[in-house]
Design a protein around this ligand. Sequence first.
Ligand code: LLP
Length: 432
Amino acid sequence: MSDSHHPDGALPGHPHIARSNEQLMIEGLSAEELAQRFGTPLYVYSRAAIEQAAGQFEAAARDRPLGLRYAIKANSSQAILQLLARRGWGFDVVSAGELARVLAAGGDAAKVVFSGVGKTDAEIAAALRAGVQCINVESPSELQRIERVAGDLQMRAPVSLRVNPDVDPRTHPYISTGLRSSKFGIAQALAVETYARCARMPHLRVLGIDVHIGSQITSVDPYLDALDRVLELVQHVERHGIALHHLDLGGGLGIRYADERPPSPQQWIDALFERLQARGQGHRQVLLEPGRSLVGNAGVLLCRVVTLKSSLDGHFAVVDAAMNDLMRPALYEAWQGIEPARLHDGRQALRYDVVGPVCESGDWLGRQRLLDLREDDVLAILSAGAYGMAMASNYNSRPRAAEVLVDGTQAWLVRERESLDDLLRGERGLPG
Ligand code: LLP
């Protein structure tokens, strides 16, 4: 993995983030200027980069029976949801909170799929009342729960069964979901009998079949393996007289963090439809739930160096962003690029561990990075548009960062920085 800083031009895999005259630019604005204007830590997203990624999916979907459902867990900022809703995207949600976000952003409930292993009665009722396209069901017992809630509301719930295809997506174990040992989905062996039960329940309407095998997948092969298994199951199920209207093949397409070379949306979708065609199933309605691949490389996390310090063993750059702002390094030992907003001449470059101020040794953002730094310099943590702000917390009573959307030479504050009052909101003192 290279940590040499990019001298000039677009950063590989980051179409609208570039180095120009020593300055790191997000579209037409410098990272340094944005940090100055909005403060740090700061999430910055490029609108053009999101629109470009969305456009690639849309181009691949053209003339195909393909519905695009953005998985909002990657980044649920209202501005981003609005942008995609206006382009006609649907959404994949996993909680009543995510559903509320989609509706608040003007998303069309009829294009919402509701996934997740533990939906509560209240969440199921909220989904049915909103009129979602489909609930992706993860267990036989959840099916009964949905039947009961739908019965109480005198409705018929549109459902799809999430099956576990038992394929290895060849990614980090924490983000791999389609293996037999994972908590997700219904085992293939139980699928046909579960569909049969489902068809007998008066308040359910079977719409389709659903898989999601994992995340940050960098080749099409695991998808094709999963698709083959899904098609086998579809045959079995339909032989029992139960028609399946759609195949939801989940999300998971990877992005370039270091030197990965994931397929493009077009390559991914072409590969899926070629396989469908080859199996005589090209007419099937397909849904996809991409998250990371739409927003991951459209965003950076800007932070400022607070302190430089050296120990006997090495050098630390303590910055004002931390694991509470960006959890991926601490949680998955994930590698994300780190670029100085403005380059010095490199003569004082040292191998730094870039760490946050949180009281945990796991609080690091990058290790052993060759950087020429001064205190107060601005750094950009790259590839932070997905699973960055969405996973942020208030640990150590740190207010969550602000978010800015850059559009050409304009910057919109799309979420205010949390205040100290926000931190205390909702808390009550002891009585008396
Ligand atoms: N659909 C379902 C049912 C999912 O569980 C997920 C992600 C997606 C779609 C979207 O996957 P994507 O296209 O974003 O890979 N926090 C981890 C990633 C967790 C992904 C969870 N599920 C990370 O930072 O790498």
